[in-house]
Design a protein around this ligand. Structure first.
Ligand code: GUN
Length: 324
């Protein structure tokens, strides 16, 4: 989302102003996870294994998608995995894309396939997502992987909610009985996030932009995950004192300010950080974890395909780097 209203100020880690506020450093957590993944990949290669390979497909020239895809491909290569980049024109037909997915599905050097969204309007996104073999669906968007998540079965889990879960587990440990409110109901973040929090034994409320009495509901939440796509939507007056706030929003400020961050989240950092106990900044919170979890999912897909034990990303995150 792009906003033109600069009254919604970006978060500024270090300027939060309260000594007892925990700023959840997603960039540092992501760096730890990437280092552990790089160790695993090096270990695989030194024992004669192939590099895990990820195919990244971009259709068209959407500027934000181009930035994301390049960041994903760079991150893959930095941990020693193999990135295959397909940049297709915006006029690519659905059939041509399906043919490419068929080829990549058969390709033994490719263990993960990611089609960057949104796709051009003439392409049926649901059909494309479900044409990716579930074993290579590193976004976790295929109905088989969504169904496995809902049923509590192992499978590939969407990267952003997986990253949020890792941050929450690192901060809270056991979350049993906590009231978690997920603000948003998308297939990419809101729904899988609620399922993951249920697996953590939280009492979960799924709210969205049409929910009635939203501020009152939010004030009951020990954990609030904001993924509604509206800049600074969640205000300080909505927050239970000491709550943990996970801000998934990435909203671009237009025109870009002369100095400082050009992004802001779905949470009004200025007012919320006065009440919360812990909060993710934007940028530097959830975003870096999303990419690190894509790398983790690529390694998981590789391990499943080669019938190796699938590492738990939480173990990778918490293990000392040299031990991984
Ligand atoms: N576009 C925005 N977020 C995502 C994501 O997580 N995966 C893909 N494939 N496209 C996206």
């Amino acid at each position: 989302m792009i906003i033109s209203n600069s009254s919604c100020r970006p978060s500024r880690p270090g300027l939060a102003g309260r000594a007892d506020l925990i700023l959840i450093d997603g960039a540092a957590h992501a760096a730890r996870l990437r280092a552990a993944l790089a160790d695993r990949v090096a270990h695989l290669q030194s024992h004669g294994g192939k590099s895990p390979g990820l195919a990244v497909i971009l259709v068209g020239d959407d500027p934000a998608s181009t930035v994301y895809v390049n960041a994903k491909a760079r991150a893959i290569e930095h941990v020693g995995m193999y990135a295959l980049h397909h940049h297709l024109p915006a006029t690519t037909s659905e059939d041509a894309l399906l043919t490419l997915l068929g080829q990549l599905g058969q390709d033994d050097t490719i263990h993960g396939i990611l089609v960057q969204l949104p796709l051009p309007a003439h392409i049926d996104t649901v059909q494309i997502i479900n044409a990716i073999p579930p074993a290579k669906d590193v976004d976790g968007f295929h109905v088989i992987n969504s169904g496995r998540l809902m049923a509590g079965l192992p499978g590939l889990v969407p990267c952003t909610p997986l990253g949020c879960r890792l941050l929450l587990r690192d901060l809270h440990g056991d979350m049993t009985g906590l009231h978690a409110l997920v603000l948003g109901r998308s297939n990419i973040v809101g729904k899988p996030m609620a399922a993951l929090l249920l697996q953590e034994n939280c009492t979960v409320t799924q709210a969205h932009s049409r929910t009635r009495d939203l501020p009152d509901l939010c004030r009951q939440a020990d954990i609030l995950v904001a993924a509604v796509g509206r800049p600074c939507f969640v205000r300080g007056a909505w927050i239970k004192r000491g709550a943990t706030i996970i801000d998934v929003g990435i909203n671009r400020i237009q025109p870009p300010p002369a100095a400082g961050p050009t992004l802001t989240g779905d949470v009004d950092f200025e007012t919320v950080s006065k009440i919360a106990g812990a909060i993710t900044p934007v940028p530097g919170g959830v975003g870096p974890m999303t990419i690190a979890c894509l790398l983790s999912n690529t390694l998981s897909a590789y391990c499943s395909i080669h019938r190796l034990p699938v590492p738990d990303p939480l173990d990778l995150l918490t293990a000392p780097a040299s031990a991984t």
